[in-house]
Design a protein around this ligand. Structure first.
Ligand code: TAP
Length: 516
């Protein structure tokens, strides 16, 4: 009966279900917005055990937006048990794939209806530029829900010819089954998009989920939870537990009833999580840090290379996991390239993320901004040339100037470590020896993304073949799509988000053999 109601609703039908909560109501960005600040467990917004909170700060002026409930290990345990009940006994697992898909389509439609509100929340909580948040943070999130909604009724196994136990006959077939309760732990750079990349695949596969957003930017995840109720997702299927990584995050990673953990974040925390997942042999996928090389040959379309390199480094104020962390520019065009990027960087409009003319907003939080300032100082101390920017702006808010460092040698700190901020790191290479520059580009423990600009197809293909990175861009950069797999090599982690491959991260294969 319930499942029919759910499905009816998902067919675009009757009144949507509302959930009551202790709301934060604001008038901002010329609109009224409303969002929760409590934990979301078993379909309800509830306070954390003990009622401790974390201040959510607007990085554009460092004001406190609200106090968000902070989950304890006991709260996580409640959430996991709710997710387990929803998986074992609830309506969710009884729905057909097609009906599950309908619910996810409906959720995507609701996200679209609330697009401006979600983008505004993302802007005030994470410093994302509103126009970019509409298109990327929220726009790509909606796309990914629709993409995986479409997979729900296309998850199939194989029939496999095996040898027969003569005179009898045998057949083996595989079933792709959901894993059960999954945990997700995500970072602060694209709060809603990181949630969506993982959770859409996870739910499309039929699992239930307990998710912890980053403590510095949890608000869009909570608004999303509200929309999930409206969409008719049954209680316990989605649980959101804001809190700290060391407490709530660790409680998810170590919980014996959680059978899979999807993580995006730093390599350092990824190592801790992988060790923690060993406690019950939890399946895990890790999308970790990067220091992605971008190689610019002198036969490229220079304007295009400059434009893409700037996007590669400064997109989302550099808080982008696939950011081009290191540029190698051929010596014959090096000075011209540097001149052009400096000229273009001076034109970047820095300011209030809600202002429609702004293209560069504040860094996500204070500790991150401080790290960027000392990162540049260290580069200069070690001999890099600071050609532009390099400091915090003298105005309210966590603004950092887009920065350009040149003369970067391979052994410098800034050549090896990720900044996760708007800092362009430029090194030169000489001659036409593709192998030599690829060797330098591969000389890193990271392997998330890479890029090459050249008009020579042979050179581009040699690069694509030899570079040790999960993503290769040729004559473009940052061009990700919900249908194409995304994930790193080496210490950038393993397991894919997006595309068909991501589904397998949230499925298990059962092999059934019969004799007749
Ligand atoms: P982290 O510090 O690694 O935090 C990521 C998440 O893990 C946060 O929610 C954090 O909680 C939580 N966490 C921390 N310690 C934990 C523990 N012991 N057990 C379980 N969870 C724990 O990264 P960040 O600073 O948020 O994000 C920046 C990093 O993420 C960069 O290195 C960047 O490259 C990487 N990143 C990678 C990708 C992909 S797709 N590869 C995408 C985005 C970002 P808190 O709320 O307490 O911080």
């Amino acid at each position: 009966e319930f499942s029919e109601a759910v499905v009816l609703k998902s067919r675009g039908g009757s009144a949507s279900k509302e959930v009551e909560y202790d709301a934060v109501v604001m008038h901002v960005n010329n609109m009224d917005i409303k969002f929760p600040k409590q934990l979301f467990i078993d379909g309800q917004f509830v306070n954390a055990e003990g009622g401790r909170t974390i201040d959510s700060i607007n990085p554009a002026d460092e004001s406190v937006i609200c106090k968000v409930q902070r989950a304890t290990a006991a709260d996580v345990d409640r959430a996991v048990r709710a997710a387990k009940r929803a998986f074992d006994e609830g309506e969710w697992s009884k729905l057909s794939g097609r009906d599950r898909g309908r619910l996810l389509f409906r959720l995507a439609d609701l996200m679209e209806e609330h697009k401006q509100e979600l983008a505004t929340i993302e802007a005030i909580d994470s410093g994302a530029v509103y126009t970019l948040a509409l298109k990327t943070h929220v726009g790509m999130s909606i796309d990914v829900w629709r993409y995986f909604a479409g997979w729900c009724d296309k998850i199939t196994g194989h029939t496999i010819p095996i040898s027969h136990a003569r005179p009898n006959r045998n057949l083996a077939f595989t079933r792709k089954e959901p894993i059960g309760v999954c945990g997700l732990v995500t970072p602060w750079n694209y709060p809603l998009m990181m949630l969506s990349w993982k959770m859409a695949a996870c739910l499309a596969a039929g699992n239930t989920v307990v998710m912890k957003p980053a403590q510095v930017s949890p608000l869009s995840a909570l608004k999303f939870a509200e929309l999930s109720v409206k969409a008719g997702i049954p209680p316990g299927v989605i649980n959101i537990v804001p809190g700290s990584g060391s407490e709530a995050g660790d409680a998810i990673a170590s919980h014996p009833l959680v059978r899979k953990l999807g993580f995006t974040g730093s390599t350092e925390v990824g190592q801790t999580i992988m060790r923690t997942c060993a406690s019950n042999i939890k399946k895990c996928s890790l999308e970790l840090g990067g220091k992605s090389p971008l190689v610019v040959f002198d036969d490229c379309d220079l304007d295009r290379a400059v434009r893409n390199a700037m996007g590669g480094v400064f997109f989302n104020k550099g808080e982008n996991c696939i950011a081009a962390g290191r540029l190698f520019v051929q010596d014959t065009i090096h000075d011209r390239f540097v001149e052009k990027v400096i000229e273009e960087t001076k034109k970047i409009v820095i300011g209030d993320p809600l202002d429609r003319s702004t293209s560069h907003g504040p860094q996500n939080h204070k500790a991150h901004l401080d790290k960027l300032v000392s990162y540049v100082q260290r580069g200069v101390q070690e001999g890099a040339s600071l050609r532009h920017g390099g400091k915090r702006l003298d105005r309210p808010g966590l603004f950092f100037e887009p920065t350009i460092l040149t003369d970067v040698e391979d052994d410098m700190y800034v050549a090896k470590e990720e900044s996760f901020g708007p800092i362009m790191i430029i090194s030169r290479f000489s001659g036409n020896d593709v192998d030599a520059v690829i060797k330098r580009a591969n000389n890193t423990e990271f392997g998330l993304a890479s890029g090459v600009f050249t008009r020579d197809i042979n050179r581009a293909m040699a690069f694509a073949e030899k570079i040790e990175a999960g993503t290769v861009f040729i004559n473009t950069y940052n061009k990700t799509d919900v249908a194409a797999p995304f994930g790193g090599f080496k210490q950038s982690g393993f397991g894919k988000d997006l595309g068909e491959e991501a589904l397998n991260e949230y499925l298990k294969t059962k092999c059934v053999t019969l004799e007749y």
